[in-house]
Ligand binder design. Structure first.
Ligand code: NAD
Length: 323
């Protein structure tokens, strides 16, 4: 049985939908940003908190957990700057409680959701796992601290782990049954689609004078179902003992500018966006694009879905959003 912490969230719920086809799954989530309706009915759902040792003890006593996938976190960069306590408490301290209970119950396999924010403002064209980590906000620091804790637990207690550093997760399940629903929404593609549906007045583009082909920022978008597939490969590698301590980037390897994303949304939906050019935001790098060559060569993972497919699936979801 696999424990998915944060499995009622955006990425976690998509992973659970794939994982229930192969494994028994128990989801722990406090529903602070997640949605109970997003959890596949084949998974056992426990409402509880990652930082609560009693909730965790109950789960590890009740179910034969062989691996933990940990998606639960707060992940708003701006909020992490104004309220770092919340980020270090939930993303670091609560994760430490989970790792402590796992150690107590001798559960050895762990997959962790990390982030491109671990790299800060890199100067390279393609970011690979050897690119130096240098977060520029508490959110990025909180994720990198957990990565360090995992490396230390691995050496001291024999924990086996895979860290997955995602770039921009996007898209929705092909069925349209689950998708992205954050409040506030800070991610570009849902913001554009909400504007095209008349749910927002305009889309603000922050900065049009970057040193990029059209002056707007370039990011790497990865379909949430491709992310789910990478988790399953990572899980298999851990359970088969092929990997014991690894860090992988997960991106499409293709950068798209904010303007290109807006144009692709307009093409897919046949609607015209209302766009306003705004000043740059502090701490936004011009370009963030991942090389996922390492996970490709070691686990055979490749992104299968392009930007257009991401937007087609997201559009399908947003038009009939269920939660
Ligand atoms: N969305 C992205 O583009 C992206 C990019 C890089 C990394 N990440 C990381 O991936 C993970 C998942 O992101 P997401 O977009 O699905 O976020 P999300 O907010 O949709 O999901 C997080 C889930 O964790 C739950 N949760 C939070 N704190 C908890 C706690 N203390 N106890 C129990 N449950 C708790 C929430 O209720 C929610 O269901 C996060 O760790 C995030 O930092 C996301």
């Amino acid at each position: 049985m696999i424990l998915v912490v944060g499995g009622a969230g955006y990425i976690g719920s998509h992973l659970v939908k794939e994982l229930v086809e192969k494994e028994e799954v128990v989801v722990l989530d406090n529903l602070s940003t997640g949605h109970r309706e997003s959890v596949d009915s084949r998974a056992i759902f426990v409402k509880g908190d990652l930082g609560n040792e009693e909730d965790l003890d109950m789960i590890f006593k009740s179910y034969p957990i062989k691996a933990v996938m940990h998606f639960a976190a707060n992940s708003l960069v701006g909020e992490s700057v104004t309220d770092p306590l919340k980020y270090y408490e939930n993303n670091v301290a609560a994760t430490l409680t989970l790792l402590k209970v796992m150690t107590k119950f001798k559960v050895k396999n762990f997959i962790f959701s990390s982030t491109a924010a671990a790299y800060g403002i890199p100067t390279v064209e393609m970011i690979d796992e050897t690119t130096p980590t240098a977060p520029i906000n508490p959110y990025g620091h909180s994720k990198l601290m957990v990565e360090q804790i995992l490396a230390d637990f691995s050496k001291a207690y024999g924990l086996h782990y895979v860290v997955l550093r995602y770039f921009n997760a996007a898209g929705a399940h092909e069925s349209g049954v689950i998708g992205e629903s954050h409040d506030p929404e800070t991610h570009l593609i849902p913001i554009i689609l909400q504007q095209l549906l008349g749910q927002r007045e305009k889309i603000s583009v922050f900065g049009s004078d970057y040193d990029t082909k059209d002056g707007t920022c370039i990011r790497d978008y990865i379909h949430v179902t491709d992310l789910a597939a990478a988790h399953i490969l990572a899980l298999e590698a851990l359970l088969e003992g092929k990997k014991t301590a690894e860090v992988y980037n997960l991106g499409n390897g293709l950068g798209f500018s904010v303007k290109e994303v807006i144009e692709t949304c307009e093409k897919v939906t046949g609607k015209q966006a209302n766009v306003e050019m705004a000043d740059r935001r502090a701490g936004d790098p011009a370009r963030l694009v991942a090389s996922s060559a390492k996970i490709d060569s070691e686990l055979g993972w490749k992104a299968q879905r392009n930007l257009e497919k991401i937007i087609v699936d997201a559009w399908n979801w947003h038009q009939n959003q269920r939660y």
